[in-house]
Design a protein around this ligand. Structure first.
Ligand code: CDP
Ligand code: MG
Length: 133
């Protein structure tokens, strides 16, 4: 079933100049990129985007990091796009992510882990609306 998901290249990966390599991987994996833009989130926007995590101990660090520099936001489409993109990203902690995944290759820490992906069709819908209308 074809579905849509939201992908973000996080500030750490933008600073490392690996936008191109990540987008190449996305295209090689067969996703269609339906939307793409670079944005700089304000702290308030980052807090809104990650509001499901507002009670977590990592919330302040995460939202400061996500608003620390530009990010590249993409609307991806493909067969089982949500699960497929999360497989390509790898585990949240780059140290635990499988070789060949983007987080293993480009992530720096559990916080600075290079990429974001929606985790369900419900969150995909909400997250896509947040960036693309
Ligand atoms: O991004 P993912 O869905 O894999 O993980 P999450 O549990 O939804 O957490 C969202 C983001 O918070 C992660 O991608 C990390 O950037 C950050 N995080 C963190 O800084 N410290 C943790 N212990 C867990 C997550
Ligand atoms: Mg998540």
């Amino acid at each position: 079933m074809s579905e849509k998901t939201l992908a973000i290249i996080k500030p750490d990966a933008v600073k490392k100049r690996v936008i191109g390599r990540i987008i190449q991987r996305i295209e090689d994996e067969g996703f269609n990129i339906l939307g793409l833009k670079m944005v700089k989130l304000s702290l308030e926007e980052a807090k809104q985007f990650y509001s499901v995590h507002k009670e977590k101990p990592f919330f302040n660090g995460l939202t400061e990091f996500m608003s620390s520099g530009p990010v590249v936001v993409m609307l991806l489409e493909g067969e089982n796009a949500i699960k497929h993109w999360r497989e390509v990203m790898g585990a949240t902690n780059p140290a635990e992510a499988r070789p060949g995944t983007l987080r293993r290759e480009f992530g720096f820490s559990i916080e600075r882990n290079a990429v974001h992906g929606s985790d369900s069709s419900q969150t995909a819908q909400t997250e896509i609306k947040f960036f693309f209308n």
